[in-house]
Design a protein around this ligand. Structure first.
Ligand code: 5GP
Length: 192
């Protein structure tokens, strides 16, 4: 998606450790008009896929998922919550996710009331790096008996391999910007 690539080139900052900072428009200050165009693009890419629910993870995914939902007929958006600990009362699907940016594991939960067998889920997230966050969300869908109908990503860092692994497993992953390479010394970003 040219508009997102241009914005990343203009306002993205490449940090050490393969981290791209996009907090000026994506995950701290939010450019709602850009989110709207991203939602339209996901809707175009997944127009042949039946989707009745969007699943994301707090916090960065929520804004873009809610705007995107308006392009999918106003389907509900469920976000996985980062929990302090996993509550074993049986009311929640739970798993742990290894955080690429924080370099530690954390538990995430989704209330069983909000994800069920028969749901056709579009997972949306801001970044795809090694794929750990998506693995966790896929596990939660599997536990619920819900189908992962598609995965919509804003920025995929292709050189970290998570997207290719998911595609090899048969998931349909559509990333709006795919970074082939980035360099924190020159701030140069190469798109795939
Ligand atoms: P993964 O689990 O695929 O390794 O990493 C994806 C998650 O880590 C995303 O949900 C995102 O929050 C965070 N993340 C991964 N890479 C980056 C990055 O370069 N910049 C930012 N801001 N977040 C990232």
């Amino acid at each position: 998606m040219q508009e997102l690539e241009d914005r990343i080139r203009h306002d993205g900052i490449v940090k050490a450790g393969n981290v791209l900072k996009v907090d000026a428009f994506l995950n701290h200050q939010c450019d709602v008009e850009l989110f709207d165009h991203m939602g339209a693009e996901w809707a175009r890419l997944f127009k042949d896929v039946e989707i009745n629910k969007i699943l994301t993870i707090e916090a960065s995914g929520i804004g873009m998922a809610c705007i995107a939902a308006q392009h999918f007929g106003g389907v509900p958006v469920v976000f996985a919550k980062k929990a302090q600990s996993i509550n074993l009362d049986g009311e929640q699907y739970a798993t742990t996710i290894y955080s690429f940016t924080k370099q530690k594991e954390y538990p995430v939960i989704v209330g069983k009331r909000f994800l069920s067998e028969g749901d056709k889920v579009l997972i949306i997230d801001d970044f795809l790096a090694n794929g750990c966050a998506l693995e966790g969300l896929i596990k939660i869908c599997e536990a619920a008996g819900a189908e992962v109908a598609g995965i919509g990503i804003a920025v995929e860092k292709g050189f970290q391999g998570g997207g290719d692994k998911l595609r090899e497993r048969g998931f349909r992953v559509e990333s709006l910007a795919r970074i082939a390479d980035m360099d924190c010394d020159t701030d140069e970003i190469t798109f795939a």
